[in-house]
Design a protein around this ligand. Sequence first.
Ligand code: LLP
Length: 400
Amino acid sequence: MEQRIIDKLKEIKTPYYLYDRTIIENNAETLLGHFERCGAKIFFAAKANTALYILDIIKSQKLGAEVVSPGEIFVCLKAGFTPKQILYNNIARKASDVMYAIRKGVLFYNFEAIDQALVLEQCAKRLRKKIKVFARINPGIFPNTHPHLSTGAPSSKFGMEINQLSEIVKVIKHFKYAEFVGLHSHIGSQILSSTPFVKGVQKVSDSIGYLKSHQIAVEYVNLGGGFGVPYHPDEKPLNFRPIISACEKLAKAHGVKIFLEPGRFIVSNAGYIISEVISIKKRKGMPLYILDAGMTENPRPALYKAYHHIEPLLKKTGSKKKTRIAGPLCENTDEFGIYHLPELRIGDRVLIHNCGAYTRTMASNYNGRLLPPEYVIVKKGLRMIRKKQRFSSLIDNEVY
Ligand code: LLP
């Protein structure tokens, strides 16, 4: 990080979120470059980060958006995505949610159960609008990630089992307003090995074969997201090569267009939380630093025991010690973990890494804490993109 930026970061009251525009742009370009040869269209999984300014950066990189709720549709439209650039997925939706999306002109939908296919058809019929739909299959693959982030394993609640393909064929043959366009599969998130992706592509390819043998045309395949990023300095980046060649083969073999819907890969390493040490104590001889940011700003360590690298903003040298770092909430799980850090004092600032994805979008007001402001590093310096919440946000919409 440039010194002129660090100088500015010292002046802003902590805690706050910080994003780097250039890193987001580079991540998007990297993915577009990887999948250019197989002509993949990329939709950003908005659940990873819904800040309007961040969505706007992503839109300007020519990516679409993948959403899972009317709320995310609302935000993506506000950010300037056109309805045709939006892909609306979810395990289950009420008719009212689908009607909202169709009225807004959203074109692409998935279904993950036969009853949900019927909801799509009925809503499209009621509004006399054509929509394009994908059937999400569960390929039955263990993606080698945290169990909470595995969505393609046989016991996962997501998708339809491959042995349900005959039921899928039956239901799509009845479609009049919904048009079946292809298969969808998403095997999980934060996957750092290419093998499960390649296996997933193979399962999808077999399923396309089945559909074709039943005279069902397949125009698109949505292979989901899930591309992992290194959170720990010892973790190696995902090797995309085998995934790219599997996608190329799939596209050629079946003449299909490929969709991808990554979230984390685009924004995770472009985001930080800047926080300050507010209390220091010792536990079993080990220093325990309490920060002014915790599970309300970043719930990932509490939810998944996720490691987020932490380093001092300024003090990079000095002998390092084993150190425990926790947040300030009245909750035992509010702890970041154990790190090797130089000795810190009260008021010293730290940089918490990989806070661009699934951090602000999963943040909460627990313990009556106000969500911090968000800033972006742009060419000219720093730009505030969201203000800190006010006390009034804590009682918004209450009827008292
Ligand atoms: N497509 C579907 C259908 C998904 O369910 C997800 C993520 C994505 C795409 C994007 O996955 P990504 O490329 O970001 O891995 N809160 C968790 C992550 C949950 C992911 C949910 N689905 C976390 O903090 O790690």
